[in-house]
Write a protein that binds this ligand. Sequence first.
Ligand code: UDP
Length: 323
Amino acid sequence: MTRARRMTLLVTGGAGYVGSVCAARLVEAGHEVVVLDDLRTGHEDAIPHRARFVRGDVAEAGPLLAEGFDGVLHFAARSLVGESMTDPQRYWWGNVVASVQLLDAMTEHGIPRLVFSSTAATYGEPESVPITEDDPTRPTNPYGATKLAIDHAISSYAAAHGIAAVSLRYFNVAGAFGRHGERHTVETHLIPLVLQVALDRRDKITIFGDDWPTADGTCVRDYIHVTDLADAHELALDRAEPGRHKVYNLGNGTGFSVREVLETCREVTGHPIPAEVAGRRPGDPAVLIASSERARTDLGWKPERAELRTIVADAWDFARRTG
Ligand code: UDP
């Protein structure tokens, strides 16, 4: 990817999964990166060696931003759907209030660009798939509601204060980039859980429902490689326009069922990966598939690791390395 100029960038949540991959790619692209992370869920060893690390809370980013930055990539967030339902306070304070404080600090210090880590959960149960950016946003859990609230706040701040802002709505992120991968203390995501079975760290995987209105009865999701996602962040930084807040969906536009994911994991790992069917997980939509046409057209984004097999193979390399 060609780059116009070297930027100084603040990456909040740069010790987390997507944040650390993006930080690593930005460093490789020649940018100066500062990672701000409280390490509540992130891992210090995931931070790229050539990035400067500041341990702290997003809500207190002000003094750091006073040093002067060309842009902020905001990944730091609470991101567990189930937890957001039982402990909404953590999400409204930790996600929304902290992000508004970040926007205030950006405004105060004249930081011109923002790329925000939004989510498909802002749409809720879709009326039709693939989901476009113009579809209704009706989140079905507080996690999605808080991310949507931040999107609204960003629109207002961009319009009023001239910030060039982009929200990227991720579908199901998976895969890894070298030593940067998915390592949640509380793991809820399908691919890393399945790979834990392949590593003999779990006995079996539980399939949440096989009575969905899909071809094989299991839920269908759109899996996107974390490095393709990172590329979109770099493009978004380049293409952001002052005073505008643009929103893009990021997925491959192809859905895979839970059973198809399992089968691919069995092929990649050579492990039988036993599975049992249980009841549906509350809040799960049957099918989530992204239309990423807008990202392709406006940003010139083109996923390079779109095959499910590649995504799983990279996640497996990482799981074996850390497992
Ligand atoms: N899933 C499953 N068993 C698990 C974890 C997830 O069957 O142990 C299903 C889940 O119901 C969903 C899909 O796998 O249909 C992807 O779930 P994940 O939590 O990875 O991502 P989400 O789509 O919820 O963001």
